[in-house]
Each structure stands twice: as structure tokens, then as C-alpha cells.
Design a protein around this ligand. Structure first.
Ligand code: ADP
Ligand code: MG
Length: 695
């Protein structure tokens, strides 16, 4: 008789798991005993020891036990049950705002209690609110956990204690009768020297106290590494699989008819850089195939991605298809509209711009043109995929500053084309380089083109970090620059404040600077202005009718005014590295020396000063992206909007960066030589959660 495999045993195999609970578990992707074993703790609690009350430290988790010496209801602003616990070393107050009569009765004087919670120091000395507690018979160390207590991710209606008990049962089942299968081909895991999977799983669910700090304990670290590797590998394989599926879709082919590209290049007032040419030829190659392109174009701010997008668009339009270019802000969509009109207008290509601001008759007209194909190229914001928009033949989707969009938004736009029974080609562009670790994980399913040089003649921006106390000098610098017919930005930042406060701060700064700089024409730009006001201000700034543009971070992405050569960023210590680099990219676009002055308020935090130092040290977006990842961690870099792309149960891209290369190799080996391992590994780690790989 063959032994049942844990991946085939349903959760109802565990006593006490009935249909309702089975369904609940299923709703978070747990279907089998194996799934229970691979539902990994998010953290641990240490209930292996008892602390003395006298030795408690504030803001720490602790476990103590003692005898109740007092228990009463306190009336005051909020009624509470207050209970004093004495362990002969000291007193601890337990406070409950939610309680009932039987709870009060159970905590009567003389009762012995063991409790676990957070400590605060209040008027009465050490206090804890709503601790976990249980009544014990005697003050001995009986019944203490021998291992750390795992805390699992739960869902509504599924209690931690219940889930913990079920998982503990599941882990108990891992024995000879129900082995946990090792799906890594033996040859591979032997070569990598990993711990075996069963040991690793036991370690994760029931770690010894000494292994709480995983990297300090060799054995435990081994277990984590082994599982992290398997998870990274499973993700890569899943992405490869869906990319293979994706590649089966049919896309329209866009050949370079009648030397479209050559003529376009000849019409440009500049020579393309080598990396622009290379990116365009990679894209052109993709577009001429019958399955959809899925390509990420990375290039630092100012490296000239827009013209690459234009070349791709021309090929699509030349083949009789439409192009939609989605940008994160109206300002940027409008700016693209102007650029493409200039490039495409002479060839009688109809260019449109669809944002929330286009209303009434003009909107109807534009929507009509999009649905009949009269409009061949449309730039816009997320308005591009709203319900009322119907495309005639959408063949290419371009997403600018792709990291600003959520996965769902990109999917929505793609779905606009599916009525054709063909899939559109997709080009994503980003000025925020993807650090290597992310490129090898979250973005492993995308093809990459990289523009790694700036157009010739650009002079690197010089960056200085200046304390707020020297503001006056900075203002004088602006005066000098603007008198010399140069232009400047002054960026006001208020993090975590409302739009209104941001706008007010920018307004106040603009007024003040206008007074201090009577010879300088000051303009103001912030997120609460009407779209047409914003555009008007930008046009005036572009036309050099404004010398100094005081702005909030709305100018972060895409804004292109080559004559602006000075940027001041206030409170720069509050911004992230990537954002600062983006902002700085607004200057250094012309042929003059440019400066970025980072004002900060002393004292700087360590992290803050590291960030500013990194920025001063380099202009290379890729170096900055790596530094950013190091300082902030992957979750933050991916951004909350994109967390749907990838969340790991155990792998940590910083800690496990060293595993990525071997995961990549193992992926290749498994696809080539061990196809039977593919599905089991994907099912184990990803199961039903195989989403978004096609966006
Ligand atoms: P980004 O990559 O940040 O989107 P843009 O596409 O806005 O950069 O290009 C920045 C500026 O550089 C634009 O004014 C653009 O016309 C110009 N540009 C692009 N490519 C070249 C080139 N090869 N030589 C000179 N200028 C270029
Ligand atoms: Mg751009």
C-alpha cells in the first residue's frame, strides 16, 4: 500500500477540522496537510521562561507569574478591571477595559496567574493592558513551552490559537508514515548543501529559544536558507511557467515597413545614443513577432526613454494599430502629448490626450476618435482604461513610470485590447532602476532593455548637502542663477501631511521667496491646482517666463525643462533616496552646469545622513537603487501598490540575496532535466496564488 502524501491529505484529516473550518482554511490557500506545514510563522513569542516583575523593562514582551493581591473595578474616564499581581519581587498591574463579571470573579485575591503581554510604566509602576493570561495551580515552572511560540498569519474568523493547534497537529504528522517530500532533485540539493526539508520545517515551527535570532544560530539559519531557497525557486518557476503561457498568446506583428524608423530618426534634431538604438532594435524585434512583447525599459532620468517609446509607437501605427501611453500624472500625460504631436504631427498621425480634465464635447469627440481608430496615438492617465473608453485596434500599451501604477491598473488597460482576440504588446518604462535582487525575483518574467548612458553633452549634476541655517546663501545662489537667465526649482516637502498643508507650505514659501528675490519671477505649482492651471504654469516655465518654480513633489516625475539648472530641495532628509534622485533628475538636462542643493534640518539621523551622502556621491541611478534597497528593504522599494506582485513567506531579498543566482541556475536545471519537480514545488509554495505574472 502506498503511503498517503501530505499534499494529498485534506485538512479535514485533522480531528476537529469540519467543513466550515476546511472552507475557511481554503480561503487563505490552505487545502492540504502540506499547506498547513508550509503556512509559516510571521514571528515568534518567547514563552519559555518566567521573568521577575522587578526586572521588567519598558516596551518589552514578557511572561511573569504571581498571586493576585487585589482585584477591583476602577471607575473613571473609562471603567476598567484592575488586578494586581505579586511575585515577591514586585507588583504588576493588569488592566482590562473589556471584561465581564465572571472574569472578575476568576481573578479573585489569592489566585495564581501566569500572564504574557507588553509592559508599560505608568503611575502605578509596571502595567500591562489586556495581557494573555491563564490561571495556574502553583507557582512552579510546569507547563512552560520548550520552544518559541510561533505566530501565524490569520484571517478573519480564524483565531490564532485555533490555527496554531491545527498546524501543530499537521507538523506532528510529519513522521515516517507521512513523510514530507523533498521535491528538490537530490543532485541539486546535495550540490547546494542544504538541510533536509523536514528538519527545516520542524525548526521553523518549533524553534529552540536560542535560535530566535536566526542568523546567530547555525542550524536554524540552515533551515531558513533551505526554505527560502525553495521559495525563491518556486516563484521563479511559476513566473517562467506563466511567461510560457503568455507566449502562447497571439499578438499582431509590426514590421518596419517603408523604413519608418529610419525616417523618424532622420527627423530628430539629435543623434540617438547607442543604448537608445539598442533598446529600439530589441523592441522592434519583439514587435515583429506573433506573440506579445513584455518588456521593461529601464533608463535613468533624462536618458531619453520617450523617444524610444515613440519609435515603438510608430511601428504599431504603421501596421494600422493604436497605441496607448499611460502616465501617472496629468502633467506628464500632457507633456507626452506635446512631444508626440511634434514628432508625429508632420506624418499626419492623429495624437490625442485623455485625462480627467478633458470634458464635455472635446471628450466625446476624443472617445469617438479612439473607438473608430481616427486617433492613432493616445497618451493619458488612468482615464485610458475607464469603462467608456473603447479602442478600435489597440496593439501597443506603453506604461511610463511603471512603478507608479498598481498591477490592477496595468491589467485593466491590457484588458481593453482583448476584445480583438489578440493580446497587445506591452512596454513598461521606469526611471527607477530595478535593483538586481528584484530584477531576479519580482521582475524575473520581464525582458529587459537598459539605457545606461545619458545623451552626450550632459554635465553631471553637482550635489551639495546644506544645513537649513545656510538658507540665505542658497537664496543668493538662486538670485545669481536667475539673473544669468537660468531657471531654478524650489521643492517644498511635507511628508505625511495632507495635500492642503503641502499646498499651503508651497504657497507660503513662494510668497516669501518672491519678497526676498524682487528681480526673480516666481511661479507656484502644487497638486491642488486645477489641471489647466498646472499646465499653464509649466508652459510658462518652459517658455522661460518664470525663473523660479516653487513646487511640491508633483514635479517628481518626467518634467522636462532643459534650461532649469538649479534645484533646491527643502527638508530633503525626509525623502527617500529614489524620490530624491527622481527630483534631481529635473535638472542637468541642458548643456550648462547644474546644481542640486539638499537643504536639511539638523540633526540628521544616521539613515538620513547615509541617504544624503549616497546622493552626493553618485548620479548613477543604478547605484542609488541598490543603496535604497539596502537602506529600506525590498517591500518598501516595491511600493505598497505593487505588493501584489510578490510577497514571500520566508525569503527575504536582503538576507537571501546570495541565493538568487543559485535559484536561477536551479530553475534552468529543473526545467531542462527534472520536469516532474516543477509542479509539486510550485504547488507547495504558490498554490492558488499565481497571480499577475502577465502584467
Ligand atoms: P526620460 O528618460 O527621463 O523620460 P526624456 O525622454 O524626457 O527622458 O528625455 C530627456 C530629454 O533628452 C528630452 O528633452 C529629449 O528630447 C532629450 N533627448 C533624448 N534623447 C536624446 C539624444 N539622443 N540626444 C540629445 N537629446 C536627447
Ligand atoms: Mg520620462
Amino acid at each position: 500500500m502506498t503511503r498517503p502524501r501530505l499534499c494529498d491529505l485534506p485538512t479535514s484529516y485533522i480531528k476537529g477540522v469540519g467543513p466550515a473550518l476546511e472552507k475557511k482554511l481554503g480561503s487563505i490557500g490552505i487545502h492540504s496537510i502540506q499547506d498547513l506545514c508550509f503556512h509559516l510563522p510571521i514571528r515568534y513569542e518567547d514563552k519559555t521562561t518566567i521573568s521577575k516583575i522587578s526586572e521588567l523593562q519598558p516596551n518589552q514582551k514578557f511572561q511573569v507569574q504571581g498571586e493576585v493581591t487585589n482585584c477591583h473595578i476602577q471607575f473613571g474616564r473609562r471603567r476598567s478591571l484592575v488586578c494586581t499581581l505579586n511575585d515577591t519581587s514586585g507588583h504588576l498591574t493588569l488592566r482590562f477595559f473589556h471584561f465581564n463579571a465572571s472574569q472578575k470573579a476568576a481573578l479573585s485575591v489569592g489566585t495564581k496567574v501566569r500572564c504574557y503581554g507588553d509592559i508599560k510604566f505608568g503611575r502605578l509602576g509596571p502595567e500591562t493592558y489586556h495581557p494573555e493570561y491563564k490561571i495556574i495551580k502553583s507557582l512552579t515552572h510546569d507547563g512552560l513551552s520548550k520552544t518559541l511560540t510561533p505566530i501565524y498569519p490569520v484571517t478573519e474568523g480564524l483565531q490564532q490559537s485555533r490555527l496554531k493547534a491545527i498546524i501543530s497537529h499537521a507538523v506532528d504528522l510529519i513522521n515516517d508514515a507521512h513523510p514530507l517530500e523533498d521535491f528538490l532533485p537530490e543532485k541539486l540539493s546535495a550540490a547546494l548543501g542544504f538541510a533536509d526539508v523536514t528538519g527545516a520545517i520542524l525548526q521553523i515551527h518549533r524553534p529552540r529559544p536560542s535560535s530566535l535570532a536566526a542568523d546567530e544560530n547555525k542550524d536554524s539559519a540552515d533551515g531558513i536558507k533551505r526554505l527560502a531557497f525553495e521559495e525563491l525557486l518556486a516563484h521563479r518557476m511559476s513566473m517562467r511557467q506563466s511567461r510560457n503561457e503568455f507566449n502562447k498568446q497571439i499578438a499582431p506583428q509590426f514590421p518596419d515597413q517603408n523604413s519608418l524608423l529610419k525616417n523618424f530618426f532622420n527627423s530628430l534634431p539629435f543623434q540617438l545614443t547607442n543604448s537608445q538604438t539598442k533598446a529600439i532594435s530589441e523592441i522592434a524585434h519583439d514587435l515583429n513577432r506573433s506573440h506579445p512583447m513584455l518588456r521593461l525599459l529601464q533608463g535613468d532620468v533624462g536618458s531619453g526613454k520617450t523617444v524610444v517609446a515613440a519609435a515603438a509607437s510608430l511601428l504599431a501605427i504603421g501596421a494600422g494599430f493604436q497605441v496607448a501611453l499611460m502616465a501617472p500624472t496629468e502633467l506628464l500625460a500632457e507633456q507626452h502629448n506635446l512631444a508626440f504631436e511634434k514628432w508625429f504631427g508632420p506624418s499626419n498621425i492623429n495624437v490625442g490626450c485623455l485625462t480627467a480634465k478633458v470634458k464635455g464635447q472635446p471628450r466625446e469627440k476624443l472617445l469617438g476618435a479612439i473607438s473608430t481608430g481616427g486617433c492613432q496615438f493616445v497618451s493619458g492617465t488612468h482615464a485610458l482604461f475607464q469603462e467608456k473608453v473603447h479602442y478600435h485596434r489597440l496593439g501597443l500599451i506603453i506604461v511610463d513610470e511603471q512603478h507608479r501604477f498598481g498591477v490592477h491598473q496595468r491589467l485593466a488597460l491590457r484588458n481593453k485590447a482583448l476584445s480583438l482576440k489578440i493580446s497587445p504588446h506591452q512596454l513598461m518604462m521606469t526611471a527607477t532602476p530595478i535593483p538586481r535582487t528584484l530584477a531576479m525575483s519580482a521582475y524575473a518574467n520581464l525582458d529587459n532593455s537598459i539605457i545606461n548612458e545619458l545623451p552626450p553633452g550632459r554635465i553631471p549634476v553637482k550635489t551639495a548637502v546644506i544645513p537649513d541655517a545656510r538658507r540665505k546663501e542658497v537664496i543668493n545662489r538662486i538670485d545669481t542663477a536667475c539673473t544669468n537667465n537660468q531657471q531654478a526649482y524650489w521643492v517644498c516637502t511635507l511628508i505625511d501631511e495632507s495635500d492642503i498643508l503641502q499646498a499651503e507650505a508651497a504657497e507660503a514659501t513662494a510668497t516669501k521667496l518672491a519678497t526676498l528675490l524682487p528681480n526673480v519671477k516666481v511661479g507656484l505649482l502644487h497638486g491642488r491646482m486645477k489641471p489647466h492651471e498646472k499646465i499653464k504654469i509649466m508652459e510658462r516655465f518652459k517658455a522661460n517666463n518664470i525663473d523660479l518654480l516653487v513646487a511640491t513633489t508633483v514635479i517628481e516625475v518626467g518634467v522636462d525643462v532643459p534650461n532649469a539648472s538649479l534645484m533646491v530641495i527643502e527638508n530633503s532628509e525626509r525623502l527617500g533616496l529614489a524620490q530624491l534622485h527622481q527630483l534631481r533628475g529635473r535638472v542637468g538636462r541642458g548643456a550648462i552646469d547644474s546644481y542640486c542643493l539638499l537643504l536639511y534640518r539638523a540633526p540628521l539621523s544616521t539613515n538620513g545622513s547615509q541617504r544624503l551622502a549616497a546622493l552626493r556621491a553618485t548620479n548613477d541611478g543604478f547605484v542609488i537603487a541598490e543603496k535604497d534597497l539596502e537602506l529600506r528593504g525590498a517591500g518598501q522599494v516595491l511600493g505598497t501598490q505593487q505588493t501584489g506582485i510578490m510577497s514571500f513567506r520566508i525569503a527575504d531579498l536582503n538576507r537571501d540575496a546570495d541565493l538568487l543566482e543559485s535559484a536561477k541556475k536551479a530553475e534552468k536545471a529543473i526545467f531542462e532535466d527534472y520536469p516532474d519537480s516543477i509542479q509539486p514545488l510550485i504547488d507547495r509554495w504558490i498554490g492558488g496564488k499565481k497571480d499577475y505574472a502577465q502584467v
